[in-house]
Write a protein that binds this ligand. Structure first.
Ligand code: HGY
Ligand code: MN
Ligand code: MN
Length: 406
């Protein structure tokens, strides 16, 4: 019988070949490759003894019936960024399914739901946690109007994916029966590797703002419009992007990133009339992040004023700092200690569905070492041994919870 960690690694490998792109892994919300992945993963859920359903936005939910009326949720996300690694999100879902499979039909004193969220990264609509926000009953109806790059609204994308846009607001699963949520995720940072540890517990998730800033000027002929007096939207955006970098470098603990630039009309001999940029701003302290956000907004206004350009500023999403639940995190720590591991506690720079699930129930996270801390990059990698440790720790976590509930 193949060991569980080998099965998890093989499943991550198999799913990494299912992508919208011929080269590289790319699975934005609602795409055909997401549909295919959901079908495969629901098959694995069934063989682990779970029933499955899809909720109103297309999250895949597996359920393993225990005795007693309570439910523990495990899970993470199956969507990816562009040119993604094989493990961000996917590993957490595969470890969750593996831990249920390891129960081998044993009746435990609570049920387990494995939530495979349909959109955490926000690649398509620029907002994060779309999947878990519906499952947690925290979906913001205003997002239905959000449009992707092809001007397809979220409402239409949900319908096209077989979901029900009108049911998103009330699509939450409710929390009357919940024991909590535990997510396994690659660390996406260097701490565990520097400490030579396979896993660590997460203390909290830092705050983030996701903003779209659009700079507007006058499109014109590259050969005939003199440099003096140009209203070049791309140059205004470029000045802003360097200001974002300068501001974040000057502010300890902050990180700020412009990851997307959409130059319109986008031709080599046309001065840009409009350039849209994404701004991802994060900080371990909410007030500091809000101060930085407001500073950058006013700098954008100064820049466009000096260039006779215009700009718009759309805050697409903001999430405050989210602490993990002490009790569940302590149980994860005990599970680690019973595996003979020191308990390393790490704050998360990255966002995770646990941040959204905190609005529904007590959240806890287990990080798995990833080589060089590399993520959001095809070079993302974990070892089978570390995955095996994560499976053992979560299985032990389930056992301890079961002892508490008996
Ligand atoms: O952006 C993040 O922090 C996560 O990867 N969605
Ligand atoms: Mn992730
Ligand atoms: Mn990610």
């Amino acid at each position: 019988m193949k060991d569980t960690a080998t099965t998890v690694m093989e499943r991550c490998e198999l799913l990494s070949n299912i992508s919208e792109d011929a080269e590289g892994i790319c699975r934005p919300y609602g795409c055909e490759s997401m549909r295919e992945v959901n079908k495969i993963v629901s098959g694995w859920m069934h063989s682990a003894g779970m029933t499955t359903r899809h909720d109103a936005i297309g999250n895949l939910i597996g359920r393993y019936e225990g005795t007693g009326g309570k439910t523990l949720i495990l899970g993470s996300h199956l969507d990816t960024v562009r040119d993604a690694g094989k493990y961000d999100g996917i590993l957490g879902v595969m470890v969750a399914v593996a831990c249920v499979e390891k129960l081998g039909g044993e009746k435990i004193p609570f049920s387990i739901e494995v939530a495979a969220f349909a959109d955490e990264e926000g690649l398509r609509f620029g907002t994060t946690y779309l999947g878990s926000s519906v499952y947690a009953g925290a979906f913001d109806e205003a997002r239905l109007e959000l449009e992707d790059r092809d001007e397809v609204s979220l409402a239409r994308a949900v319908r096209d994916f077989g979901g029900e846009p009108d049911a998103l607001v009330n699509g939450g699963r409710g929390n009357g029966d919940l024991l909590g949520y535990c997510e396994v995720h690659i660390e996406q940072g260097p701490v565990l590797e520097n400490k030579d540890l396979p896993v660590g517990v997460v203390t909290g998730i830092q705050s983030q703002s996701r903003i779209q800033a659009s700079f507007t000027g006058v499109a014109g002929h590259a050969g005939t419009v003199p440099m003096e007096g140009r209203k070049d939207a791309l140059c205004a955006a470029a000045e802003f992007i360097l200001e974002v970098e300068r501001t974040a470098k000057a502010e300890p603990d902050s990180v700020a990133t412009v990851g997307e630039v959409n130059v319109l009309p986008g031709a080599s001999n046309v001065i840009s009339g409009e350039t849209r940029v994404s701004l991802d701003l994060r900080h371990p302290d909410d007030a500091a992040r809000e101060r930085l956000r407001d500073h950058l907004r006013s700098r954008a206004a100064d820049i466009v004023a000096s260039r006779n350009c215009g700009h718009s500023w759309e805050v697409r999403q903001e999430n405050a700092v989210i602490p993990m639940d002490d009790r569940l995190t302590d149980i994860l720590g005990k599970a680690m200690e019973s595996s003979g591991l020191p308990v390393c506690r790490i704050p998360s720079g990255a966002g995770h569905d646990a941040a959204q699930m905190a609005s529904l129930t007590a959240p806890a996270m287990l990080f798995v070492r990833c080589e060089g801390g590399i993520s959001h990059n095809p070079a993302e990698s974990v070892t089978k041994e570390d995955v095996g440790v994560a499976i053992d720790v979560v299985s032990r976590f389930i056992e301890i919870l079961a002892e508490d509930e008996s």
